[in-house]
Design a protein around this ligand. Sequence first.
Ligand SMILES: Nc1nc2c(ncn2[C@@H]2O[C@H](COP(=O)(O)OP(=O)(O)OP(=O)(O)O)[C@@H](O)[C@H]2O)c(=O)[nH]1
Ligand SMILES: [Mg+2]
Length: 301
Amino acid sequence: MEGAVSYINPWAWYRWARPHPILDKPWRREGDPEQINEQLAEKLRKDITDIKFNRGMKKANVIVLGPAGAGKSSFINSLLSCMKGRLSKKTTTSVSDGDSFTTKMLKLTAKDLNIRLFDTMGINVKKFISEEEIKSILEGKLKHGYSFRKKDTTESEPNTDYTNVEPKENEKIQVAVIVVAADAMKDIPSDENKMSAIREKVKEISEVLKEYDILPIYILTNVDAICAEVRRSPKMIFQSRAVHEMVKKVHDTFGPDENDIFPVVNYVKEVDTTTVRDIPLLFALRHIVRLAADHAENDSI
Ligand SMILES: Nc1nc2c(ncn2[C@@H]2O[C@H](COP(=O)(O)OP(=O)(O)OP(=O)(O)O)[C@@H](O)[C@H]2O)c(=O)[nH]1
Ligand SMILES: [Mg+2]
């Protein structure tokens, strides 16, 4: 037709040209959305409770570290919830302006859970957890309820009511978890030469953990904030392009193997647990418990 101009809508073109948010195949074999069902959740729960530790250790100890507001406390509550099959809120969570909302070290567990999770203060803020405090926790020297020291005061000695001079073997840490939030990860340059306070702090912590022969596992929270498909259903977590890209970024930035990085969507506003949200949490929990069993085995060789 005379005068007709072919017009391509730039938005439609952009949507057509960009890679699809869902990959053709899951990036983690075990996470196929087709396999995400209650039967798998039950199998994972059984795998977890079946793991027994050497030397009669009933519960392994797991320290949860990471930047302020990364979702450490929410992750602990979510693990307790996915094992219990109902929401559990044993440690408080919140958005706080810069500083860590968690100021006391809490050791948390559930009846059928074979680990104790140690909630800690953030690593990157004004009142951060010190290297000395991390070492004391690893050695089993701090008790439930210990208040982290305020770095901006002259307070120098820890409160002796909450310190253990002669910790027993079963009070030491076997596994460390480093929690990072996917939306915050976006702002961290993977280029080693670019400054990043979080990257420096995480590297410092990894060095401390190495001294204690502890290899950390990484939890990537808030993946619902970087992928609309995952926000609609956490079932898509292991087939999401954005989540996989972020897992690769955690590997490039901090160095863990990809199979030591577990993306999750924490329970934060829900009133009930769901299988699709439980499964990524249970994969992470099973890995934690397996590492604890390996650590206990190494100790007894
Ligand atoms: N959308 C979303 N929000 C999350 C997730 N995990 C945690 N949050 C939110 O992030 C905020 C901080 O979570 P917390 O669990 O308190 O984080 P934290 O690492 O314990 O923080 P501090 O104790 O302050 O160091 C809260 O408002 C949570 O509701 C998640 O997976 N998805
Ligand atoms: Mg907290």
